[in-house]
Design a protein around this ligand. Structure first.
Ligand code: C2E
Ligand code: CA
Ligand code: CA
Length: 393
C-alpha cells in the first residue's frame, strides 16, 4: 500500500495492550480513523459497518481464531488489504499467509510480534495495492489479440532489452539476457507475461522468437565488438526446441541475423509441459556442438524439474527468483537455494541467481556459492545503447 495516511484501519486482537500498541503505531503513520475489535465476530461486523481500508488481525484469539476470521473476511471484503500480526513462529505465519491467499484475499501480509513501528510500517508498505486497483489496471490493459501480435512482428515492433548477469566474485558481466518488449503504438507497452503466452497459444512463438533473435543480433553487434567474451541469452519456449526442424531453424536464424553461435545462450523456458524431450535433446545436443550454451530457466518451479535437468544437456542453471528474493529471511527458500547451488557444482554447471533485488539477496546467494547474479539490484533490463554505457562504467 502506498499511503495509509487518512485511511480507515481496523484492529482485531483479543489483547487490549496489543491493540493499544498498534493504535499508537498507526497514529504515528497519520492514519485516519481507527477501530478496535476484541474478537473475530466483532471484527466481521466492523467490516460491514466501518468498511476499513486496512485490517490488522491477530492469529491466536479465543473463540474465532485469526484463520477463521480471514476465511469469513474473504467472503465479505476480499479486496481489503489484511495484515496478520502474530506472535506465532515464522512457519506458522507463512502457512497462515498461504491459507489467507487461498481464501481469495487479494492482498495479505504478515508481521511478527513483538510489534515495532518500523517493521509494521514496512509490512504495510509491502502489501499489494488492493486488487480493485490491479483489476482496474488489467481492464486498462489492451485486449491485444493474435492479429495485433502478428502485425507487430511483421512491422518490427518487437524490440529487445538486455539485463546483465554478473559474476559475483569480481563484478564482471559474463552475459546479458535478451527480453522481448512490445510497445503498441496505441495501447502502449504490453507485458511479455501477456504476449509470450499469446504467441505460444496461437502458433506465433517461432516468428516472435525470430524477431527477437534478429533484434538481439542487430542491437548487440556493437556491444559484441567492444566485449569479445560477452554472451547473449535468448529465451526459447520449450515448444520451439521440440520441433523437428528446430536446429536448422535456429541455425538459419543465427546465419541470417549474423549472431555468432558461440555468443548465444539458449534459455529454455517453458510455460507448459513439453511433449517430446527426445527431440529437444537432439536440438540442444546439436546446438552445443556449435558452441551454443544452454541454460535451464526458472529452476525449481513448474516444469523446470530435476528430471529435466537429468535428461537434457545444460551448461547453466537459473535458480528461480522465488528462491532468491528474500531468501535471507526465509529459511526454506535459503535451503533450496543452497541445495540448487550445490547441485550445479556437482554437475559442473554455471549457477545464476535470478531476481536479486536487495543487498541481502546478493549476500545470501554469494554465501550459497552462486556464480552469477541477475536482478534489479544490479541492473534493470535496458536497451543496447544504454548497455554499452553501463558496461563501460
Ligand atoms: P524470465 O525469462 O524469467 O525473465 C526474467 C523476468 O524477470 C523478466 O521479466 C525481468 O524483467 C524480470 N526481472 C529481472 N530482474 C528482476 C528482479 O530483480 N526482480 C523481479 N521481480 N523481476 C526481475 P519480463 O521481461 O517481464 O519477462 C517475463 C517472462 O517473459 C520471462 O521470464 C520469459 O519467460 C518471458 N519472455 C521474455 N522475453 C521472451 C522471449 O523473447 N521469448 C520467450 N519465449 N519468452 C520471453
Ligand atoms: Ca529467461
Ligand atoms: Ca527466469
Amino acid at each position: 500500500m502506498d499511503d495509509i495516511a487518512g485511511r480507515r484501519v481496523l484492529i482485531v486482537d483479543d489483547q487490549a495492550f496489543i491493540r493499544a500498541l498498534l493504535r499508537r503505531c498507526l497514529v504515528r503513520l497519520a492514519v485516519g480513523e481507527i477501530r478496535e475489535a476484541e474478537n473475530g465476530a466483532d471484527g466481521l461486523a466492523e467490516l460491514d459497518t466501518f468498511k476499513p481500508e486496512l485490517v490488522l488481525c491477530d492469529l491466536n484469539m479465543p473463540g474465532m481464531d485469526g484463520i477463521e476470521f480471514l476465511r469469513l473476511a474473504a467472503t465479505k471484503a476480499p479486496q481489503t488489504p489484511m495484515l496478520i500480526v502474530s506472535g506465532e513462529d515464522k512457519r506458522t505465519l507463512d502457512g497462515a499467509l498461504r491459507i489467507a491467499r487461498g481464501y481469495g484475499l487479494a492482498s495479505v501480509g504478515a508481521v511478527a510480534k513483538p510489534i515495532e513501528a518500523e517493521r509494521l510500517t514496512q509490512a504495510i508498505a509491502r502489501l499489494q495495492p488492493s486488487a480493485e486497483k490491479s483489476a482496474a489496471a488489467a481492464r486498462a490493459m489492451p485486449r491485444v489479440g493474435e492479429a495485433d501480435l502478428a502485425a507487430a512482428i511483421e512491422r518490427g515492433q518487437i524490440a529487445a532489452v538486455f539485463q546483465p548477469k554478473v559474476d559475483v566474485a569480481n563484478g564482471q558481466t559474463r552475459s546479458v539476457e535478451c527480453l522481448a518488449r512490445w510497445s503498441h503504438p496505441m495501447h502502449g507497452d504490453v507485458s511479455p507475461g501477456i504476449f509470450v503466452p499469446l504467441a505460444e497459444n496461437c502458433g506465433l512463438v517461432d516468428r516472435m522468437t525470430e524477431a527477437v533473435v534478429d533484434a538481439a543480433a542487430r542491437d548487440m553487434a556493437p556491444v559484441f565488438a567492444a566485449h569479445p567474451d560477452l554472451r547473449c541469452a535468448v529465451n526459447f519456449s520449450f515448444d520451439t526446441l521440440g520441433r523437428s526442424d528446430a536446429f536448422a531453424w535456429i541455425s538459419n536464424a543465427l546465419n541470417r541475423s549474423g549472431m555468432p553461435a558461440e555468443r548465444l545462450i539458449v534459455e529454455v523456458t517453458e510455460s507448459r509441459l513439453g511433449e517430446d524431450d527426445r527431440r529437444t535433446l537432439e536440438t540442444l545436443a546439436r546446438l552445443r556442438m556449435k558452441r551454443v550454451r544452454v541454460s535451464l530457466d526458472d529452476f525449481g518451479t513448474g516444469y523446470a524439474s530435476l528430471a529435466r535437468l537429468e535428461a537434457l544437456p545444460f551448461d547453466e542453471l537459473k535458480i528461480d527468483r522465488g528462491f532468491v528474493s528474500g531468501a535471507a529471511e526465509a529459511p526454506a527458500k535459503r535451503a533450496i537455494l543452497e541445495s540448487a547451488v550445490a547441485l550445479t557444482k556437482r554437475m559442473d554447471l554455471v549457477s545464476v541467481a535470478e531476481g536479486v533485488e536487495t543487498q541481502s539477496d546478493l549476500d545470501t546467494a554469494r554465501a550459497a556459492g552462486i556464480d552469477l547474479a541477475q536482478g534489479y539490484l544490479i541492473a534493470r533490463p535496458m536497451p543496447a545503447d544504454k548497455l554499452i554505457a553501463w558496461l563501460a562504467r
